[in-house]
Design a protein around this ligand. Structure first.
Ligand code: FAD
Length: 597
């Protein structure tokens, strides 16, 4: 099995050329985020993930987690790796400095997170959930709760969880039944069962902070009656020391297709009299708070897809350079390594270019979020935020669906050995399969893109994106290189398809709702193909400037142009087909009932 080497060169290229990283250090909040600082952080993270986390990936997959009388036990090496992870400060990288964080911009943190996820996806989920919970506390916790919990969660001394899902409430959280009863002392007693809770229990830390969605006795029905509670595994004494065990227990763990080392827990709250909980923010606004954090969380899961695609690509490339089979069709040379076969080269380049396109989208979005954070001009702030929010379902849906296809290609390149677990290629494919499901399925992302992000400003953000893509087409067409002109033609056609499909959706949103809902995922796929092609086109333009100057790693810049060209040839023609599918809507089903299934 191949080891993992973080693609630091591509990460830095995307940060600088597409995500606007260099401008960030002008802002006081990010004054320390200089290129030298970014280089140092990324090199250190690359070393840590390669040496500490990557070797445990297969160990965790094989051993999984066990539920014992003492709670959930993580695989061998997990506890030590987690301690090393926290000691090195990785958990706190983008958390605010006034709560023991390092305050680095998302544009740096996104690369570090990609490395952690690539090297060990199951491990990465604990910190991902913890930083999500930190965001929630920053958004809505009282100063008193912040003082007790925040710093320990930022450093990773305690982990956090998100308890939304119940057996009858998955995508539809309006159906949540867990309840919270107010007590005379201002606390609450929480009762209910939550399922599928990531890192709901484990042995890496001596406390776990559960964020639980539940209803108050007088709460209105539906999503407007859900509140958020902080329920610690162990109560905390006034002096900050660990107190009594709370009534919040993991009662079983799931046996899953992938991410075996990430414990997925059924949690029982209040079976022994009630779990002590503390209301976060205002009553009945729990889901609203959850939505504020959802941007980060969805971007994080999109990044998981990119991370797994990258790991699968590295492994497939190493295998293809080693495995000998068949004759070179062009030179006739006998017994060559399989990377000489054009079909293997096609699959490898498809993996590489699709990962790069989605990485570009994710890092670009992180840059927008950083700017939305530091820019003071309200109109500019909102423009950056709206654009980021428009792109987030594209990154989440696109990055994760891409991962399933790309990790499957990685497996295919291994031939029969890909189907054999010892090789390790299958693990990436199995691990990737969850990413299109949790944190909102692809169907939910597609609906979010159309009904919340596209429609909310009557298409203004989409039109801004179309304008940017058109400008890139123009620059590519004007460039003196034939490869860039070829990309321009494909991107121009892709843009036309995107605009046409968007107009169709807008025209049908009110009167043809069933057709629009049928078209939602094909529309998302279209947006991913063209959005990715746009940033690949920009990457090719930037690489051409470096080639013209003759400075820097010329092989890397040539490879960037080749990757963008290949993406344009292989992925952008799909845009026209997606647009056709979008505009077909549900025509084939009109007037037919359930009997056709
Ligand atoms: C390994 C794992 C870890 C998880 N971790 C956590 C966690 O830490 N915390 C937590 O709270 N939850 C967690 N979850 C739960 C996860 O978020 C849900 O599984 C997910 O939201 C989907 O809900 P569901 O499984 O009930 O599927 P359902 O909601 O029943 O969906 C089934 C299908 O119907 C579709 N569908 C549903 N509604 C619509 C709609 N309105 N329009 C179109 N299609 C629709 C879906 O897209 C999907 O294809 C985890 C799940 C797993 C498997």
């Amino acid at each position: 099995m191949s080891d993992y080497r973080a693609p630091v060169k591509d990460m830095r290229f995307v940060m600088d050329e597409l995500a606007g990283f260099r401008e960030l250090s002008q802002y006081p909040d990010f004054a320390e985020a200089t290129p030298d600082m970014a280089d140092a952080i990324l090199e250190e993270a690359a070393k840590f993930t390669r040496e500490v986390l990557a070797p445990l990936n297969r160990v965790g997959d094989k051993a999984g987690c066990q539920l014992t009388a003492a709670g959930v036990v993580t695989p061998p090496g997990w506890k030590e790796a987690y301690k090393a992870f926290c000691d090195a400060g990785w958990n706190a990288i983008s958390c605010p400095p006034d709560h023991a964080g390092h305050g680095q911009p998302d544009t740096i943190a996104v690369a570090v997170k990609e490395m952690i996820q690539s090297s060990n996806m199951s491990f990465s989920l604990g910190p991902l959930l913890t930083t999500g919970a930190v965001e929630a506390l920053l958004t809505c916790a009282s100063d008193e709760l912040k003082a007790i919990y925040l710093e320990k969660m930022v450093t990773g001394e305690w982990t956090g969880t998100m308890n939304l899902t119940e057996p009858q409430a998955g995508s539809d959280l309006a159906l949540i039944r867990s309840r919270a009863e107010p007590q005379a002392d201002g606390t609450y007693r929480v009762f209910g069962q939550k399922i599928f809770i990531t890192y709901g229990d484990h042995d890496m830390t001596d406390n776990i902070v559960h964020l639980v969605l539940a209803r108050l006795p007088d709460a209105p029905a539906g999503v407007r009656g859900i509140s958020m509670f902080l329920v610690p595994k162990f109560l905390v004494n006034a002096d900050g020391s660990r107190g009594a065990r709370n009534d919040a227990f993991c009662v079983s763990i799931e046996h899953k297709l992938g991410i075996h080392a990430s414990p997925t827990c059924v949690m029982a709250f209040g079976d022994n009299g009630g779990a002590v909980g503390y209301l976060l923010g205002e009553a009945n606004r729990g889901l609203e708070y959850m939505f504020i954090m959802m941007n980060e969380a969805r971007l994080g899961v999109g990044l998981q897809g990119i991370a797994l695609g990258e790991r699968a690509y590295q492994q497939a490339l190493a295998y293809a350079r080693d495995r000998k089979q068949g004759r070179d069709a062009l030179t006739g040379e006998a017994l060559v390594t399989i990377d000489r076969h054009p079909d293997i080269r096609r699959m490898l380049m498809l993996m590489k270019s699709r990962v790069e396109a989605c990485r570009a989208l994710a890092y670009y979005t992180s840059g927008l979020l950083d700017r939305a954070h530091v820019i003071e001009d309200p109109a500019e702030k909102q423009r950056n935020l709206y654009l980021a929010e428009f792109l987030i379902p594209i990154v989440k849906g696109g990055g994760t669906e891409m991962a399933i296809e790309v990790t499957s290609l990685g497996l295919q390149i291994h031939g029969g050995m890909g189907f054999i677990e010892e090789t390790g290629a299958a693990q990436h494919w199995r691990d990737s399969r969850i990413t299109t499901i949790y944190e909102g399925t692809t169907g939910i992302q597609a609906n979010d893109l159309i009904f919340r992000k596209l429609m909310r400003d009557q298409g203004a953000t989409a039109r801004y994106v179309f304008g940017e893509v058109a400008a890139t087409v123009k620059s590519l067409a004007a460039a003196g290189r034939p490869e860039l002109q070829a990309i321009a033609r494909r991107l121009g056609d892709g843009l036309q398809a995107w605009v046409q499909a968007t107009e169709w959706l807008s025209a049908n949103a009110k009167t043809g709702l069933s057709g629009v809902l049928t078209a939602a995922v094909p529309y998302l796929n279209l947006a991913v193909a063209v959005g990715g092609g746009w940033l690949m086109g920009r990457a090719a333009l930037a690489a051409a400037v470096h080639l013209d100057s003759g400075e820097g790693d010329q092989v890397f810049f040539r490879a960037k142009i080749a990757s963008a060209h290949f993406y344009a040839d292989q992925m952008l023609p799909l845009a026209a087909a997606c647009a056709e599918t979008v505009m077909a809507g549900d025509a084939a089903l009109a007037g037919l009932g359930d009997e056709i299934f």
